[in-house]
Design a protein around this ligand. Structure first.
Ligand code: DGL
Length: 260
């Protein structure tokens, strides 16, 4: 069982940032990445739709023999992870906006959270936010339109820059010193954001924490692969192969197109 792949899914290409952290930390593990780009973005869809898309992705990964599933999407995690854990026997790792480390380290006592509507409106997000925000200001901002631009290959565009400038404005006016990226797609914005924010504002996401948690759960469930060689990394998408290829810097012929 331990030689089976880790399954990773996202509404699209954002979870590749999580795949990257997992692959760096656990190179001996085989992985199977599922990009549900045809149905992206999940953020504006209601909870029920997000749950059924998450079930569809999970069942596909389980049918491929995955030993554990990483929900590499804040929107799917905050809306569907309880249902997934209650329905399937395999372990699940989820991702949530990194409010806790930002809140604990903020000295200006103001932090910004950029996330999707689906994440910001979820109960799970509200619960975490309330827990850590009693003595600080949390400026929440929906990142409408960002996922679409990334999925369409327009990461480095004037439109993206304009959108980000408008989303950052209220945060910078509130004197934030931490910017939490609460959507896995947003990790790819980091070089653009660094040009738009003052040097004292730190960008924080949950990618490394998810990789560490994956390792820890594999260890405690005796599913960690100890074979040093032979791991395989596979990528499946029901969208454009070239977007994944450009973000991973690999030829798109190593990816598989899926009718799904
Ligand atoms: N990568 C997803 C997340 O982390 C994007 C959500 C969407 O598809 O709207 O929330």
């Amino acid at each position: 069982m331990s030689s089976k792949p880790i399954g990773i899914f996202d509404s699209g290409v954002g979870g590749l940032s999580i795949w990257n952290e997992i692959h760096q930390l656990l190179p001996m593990e085989s992985t199977l990445y599922l990009s549900d780009s045809k149905n992206a973005p999940y953020g504006p869809q209601g909870k029920d739709a997000i749950i059924s898309l998450s079930i569809k992705n999970t069942e596909w990964l389980i049918n491929q023999g995955c030993k554990l599933v990483v929900v590499a999407c804040n929107t799917a995690t905050t809306n569907a992870i309880d249902t997934l854990r209650n329905t399937y026997a395999i372990p699940f790792i989820g991702i949530e906006p990194a409010i806790k480390p930002a809140a604990l380290q903020s000295t200006s006592k103001a932090i910004g959270i950029l996330a999707t509507k689906g994440t910001l409106s979820s109960q799970l997000f509200h619960k975490t936010s309330e827990l850590y925000s009693s003595d600080l200001l949390v400026v929440e901002q929906e990142g409408n339109g960002i996922v679409e631009l990334i999925e369409n290959g327009n990461l480095y565009s004037e439109e993206m820059k304009r959108l980000l400038q408008s989303y950052l404005k209220p945060m910078l006016a509130a004197n934030i010193d931490y910017l939490v990226l609460g959507c896995t797609h947003y990790h790819f914005l980091t070089p653009i954001l660094e040009q738009l924010i003052p040097a004292n504002v730190k960008i924080i996401d949950s990618g490394k924490a998810v990789a560490l948690q994956t390792k820890s759960i594999l260890e405690t469930t005796a599913l960690l692969n100890t074979e040093i060689s032979g791991s395989r990394q596979k990528f499946y998408t029901n969208g454009e192969k070239k977007i994944i290829a450009s973000l991973l810097n690999i030829e798109h012929t190593t990816l598989q197109k899926l009718d799904f």
